[in-house]
Design a protein around this ligand. Structure first.
Ligand code: ADP
Ligand code: MG
Length: 725
């Protein structure tokens, strides 16, 4: 067997076939895999001191972070008044100290086992009773076997997460660390550099071998930071190379669409709107017009918070195309939303002699045939639909513009399927899910971005509150009060498990219950995903026309729905929803000049009012962690009204490895870098990537050979996607 990093782990010292099986079961097959299995935490031995020294330091006025390694003597929850406190008493050879937690107690109370070793880090204080005390410190459990080792070695100690599959085969933290150590010592030297030499020198980056070594067993904190920087830089660099390739690939397409902007119709249309366009809407329209006049195909993302008025912008652009004898298509992710767009737009355009066609999955054969015919034959028409638009039978007539509403619900592949139905049509994608700039630079890096950053002037802030289920009767009375003022309300039930049936049941049961009790004197409607679209459409239309006071619904109303007279949204079991989902749902109200309310209902156990995690969530069990995240999300909704702020919080909660949209965008998932924390690294890496690609889109030059090789090795799938329009 030649010496190669792609050898099985089995060939490492003290591994062998049996243990190799265990590694395999957790996805670690080769030595290379192991070299990339990085610690999640480090303990800097140089800051470990004894409790006695800690006292001396504090007495001398030191108030920085310290780490102590000690044994737990006792752990108890103390109550004082209505509050409680978790007090853990610990000792090392030189004395005792306490750790105290005032929050998160029920999550932590069983964590500290008397007689076991822990490393505790934080800023200790001396209490007025003379105790040495840490409040809410970070901590790590240390195995007995290594505690002595800790005190004797001078290194920075890595902490690896230990997958169950290894634990079960008796591979503990200590052995894992030893095995990785021998992999690093024997094989690091075989790693081939993956970043261009010029970038390494210009940015003073660590070379790959030294990076890997220092990520596992850092020689100093400084080198550890450099290694982390380098690995993140590299990850961002290759992602941005893919983004840049895609951007330059689609950017260079010439447009054959010739437009004149002198339409009378457009002028009358804008004059007849019952509101003035906001400055932001006007700015965005100018940006789009510049694209349309540039001679290149437009690829633009229109981003704007819920309710900011994106539809009207899209409609104006679509009309521009129509006035020049091109067809335009608007795709929406749900039938309810497509229907709504159809009703509103066809209503507005009726007077202008413009045809509007709806194409969605649930139509009858006759309706569909009719729609397909119109699309094929009526050039001067706006086509509105759902995924049904992808179908082969759909033949457009001189398609000049594709608009995709709620773009985040579609993947790039779907986007391009629709685009391919035309002859290089312009593309406008819209999203109401505002995402942090770092994320949009990545997943939408190939699009130009326009932002509507203001709401129409008449809007009032939405009042958001968190309430226990027990308060429901009072809340229903409040809704009835608002109904008396002529306003309407949504009552939303979540999807219980991933089953439409259960989902339907909850909404249906409550519909029956509420119409017989609280709302017996009012008219209420029911809307859910299982209804056929005609029924859905009728319900939505009736609700929009004020025929119902209350609409009971599942999450089918989550995106896009626009009924300005609706001023209350009550969301049941709100803890089940994700943050962007909650914000989208809330966006169904506050769409007029009336005061609106978003009422989040939750079980008592989620009714806490703290905003940020008071402990490192990594310490918690998966269930506890999810619960804590729900609580944070609910509180974030109360304190934040901006979708941008919420999306930052969301990104932090999800962590870098779990960003739904990178998957959809065809880009690799980020493993090491964090789009929130590592923003500056991203910007640097992006600069390099874009400079290189702008000069050599296909990476054909000799000096870019290394980049091309790495791409082909590590990102083969993603390259394909980057090079399809
Ligand atoms: P979104 O950006 O969430 O898609 P919509 O396009 O549905 O928002 O617009 C929300 C509501 O605001 C609609 O009822 C729309 O008619 C209205 N609207 C759009 N632009 C303006 C404006 N400039 N002034 C007042 N109301 C507006
Ligand atoms: Mg919308």
């Amino acid at each position: 067997m030649p010496n190669s990093i792609f050898n099985s782990i089995q060939y490492l010292k003290s591994v062998g076939p049996k243990r190799a099986e265990a590694f395999k079961s957790v996805g670690l097959n080769t030595i290379y895999d192991l070299l990339l299995y990085f610690p999640f935490r480090y303990l800097d031995r140089s800051t470990i001191i004894s409790s006695k020294k800690a006292r001396e330091y504090i007495a001398e006025g030191f108030d920085g972070e310290l780490t102590l390694i000690a044994i737990v003597e006792s752990s108890e929850v103390l109550r004082y008044g209505k509050k409680s406190l978790l007090k853990v008493t610990m000792s090392d050879k030189m004395g005792h100290f306490d750790c105290a937690w005032f929050q998160g107690i029920r999550f932590l109370k069983d964590t500290f086992v008397p007689g076991k070793y822990y490393a505790v880090s934080g800023k200790p204080v001396i209490t007025k009773y003379g105790h040495l005390q840490f409040v809410h410190p970070d901590f790590d459990r240390i195995e007995d076997a290594e505690s002595e080792d800790f005190l004797n070695t001078g290194r920075i100690i890595p902490f690896y997460s230990l997958p169950k599959g290894l634990k079960e085969k008796n591979i503990g933290h200590f052995s894992l660390r030893r095995i990785i150590n021998s992999a690093v010592n024997q094989y690091c030297g075989l790693l081939v550099e993956t970043l261009p030499y010029e970038i390494i020198t210009a940015e003073k980056l660590l070379p790959l071998q030294s990076t890997i070594k220092n990520l596992h067993f850092p020689d100093s904190m400084d080198l550890l930071q450099k290694a982390q920087f380098r690995i993140k830089f590299e990850e961002f660099f290759y992602v941005q190379i893919l983004v840049a390739m895609r951007k330059y690939f689609v950017k260079n397409i010439n447009s054959t669409i010739k437009l004149s902007f002198k339409s009378r119709l457009l002028k009358t249309f804008i004059e007849n709107l019952h509101f003035d366009l906001t400055d932001s809407q006007l700015k965005v329209l100018t940006e789009i017009r510049n694209d349309l006049e540039s001679g290149k195909v437009m690829n633009r993302l229109l981003q704007g918070d819920v309710g900011s008025g994106k539809t009207i912008v899209a409609l104006i652009v679509m009309l521009t195309l129509l006035e020049n004898d091109y067809q335009a298509v608007l795709m929406a992710p749900t039938e309810v939303l497509a229907s709504q767009h159809f009703i509103n737009i066809s209503g507005i355009l009726e007077n202008y002699g413009i045809n509007t066609v709806l194409l969605i999955g649930g139509q009858s054969t006759k309706e569909r045939k009719n729609a397909l015919e119109l699309i094929k034959n009526k050039r001067r028409s706006i086509v509105i639909g759902t995924h049904a638009l992808f179908e082969e039978k759909v033949v457009f007539n001189n398609l000049g513009l594709v608009v995709i509403d709620e773009q985040h619900r579609f993947g790039v592949v779907q986007r391009s399927r629709l685009v391919k139905k035309g002859n290089n049509p312009h593309l406008l994608v819209m999203t109401a899910t505002p995402i942090p700039r770092t994320l949009s630079m990545t997943i939408y890096g190939d699009l130009d971005i326009s932002v509507i950053d203001e709401l129409p002037k008449n809007r009032m802030p939405i009042k958001t509150v968190l309430r226990s289920e027990k308060k429901l009767p009072e809340i229903y009375n409040f809704i009835i009060e608002r109904i008396k003022h002529g306003e309407q309300a949504y009552i939303v039930y979540p999807l219980v498990e991933e089953s439409d049936k259960l989902d339907l049941k909850a909404a249906e049961e409550y519909y029956n219950l509420l119409s017989e009790t609280y709302f017996s004197n009012h008219s209420i409607g029911l809307l859910h995903g299982k209804m056929n679209w005609k029924d859905k459409e009728i319900i939505m239309r009736d609700f929009a026309n004020g025929k119902f006071n209350v609409l009971i619904s599942t999450t089918v109303i989550e995106v896009g729905i626009d009924v300005p007279n609706s001023t209350i949204i009550l969301i049941n079991d709100a803890y089940r929803f994700g943050l962007s989902q909650l914000h989208q749902l809330r966006g169904r109200v506050g769409r007029s000049d009336k005061k609106s309310y978003c009422i989040l209902i939750t079980k008592n156990e989620y009714l806490h009012n703290f905003k940020s995690p008071i402990i490192n969530l990594d310490y918690l069990s998966p269930t506890q962690k999810e619960k804590m995240k729900s609580i944070i999300r609910l509180n974030a909704m109360i304190t934040n009204s901006s979708g941008f702020d919420l999306s930052e919080i969301d990104l932090k909660l999800r962590g870098p490895g779990d960003i739904f949209s990178t998957k959809q965008s065809g880009l690799p998932q980020l493993k090491y870098a964090d789009l929130v924390v590592d923003k500056d690294i991203l910007i640097k890496a992006k600069e390099y990537a874009f400079t290189i690609i702008s000069d050599d889109v296909k990476l054909e030059k000799t000096e870019n050979k290394l980049i091309k090789n790495v791409l082909e090795h590590n990102y083969a799938e993603n390259i394909k996607l980057s090079l399809t329009p």
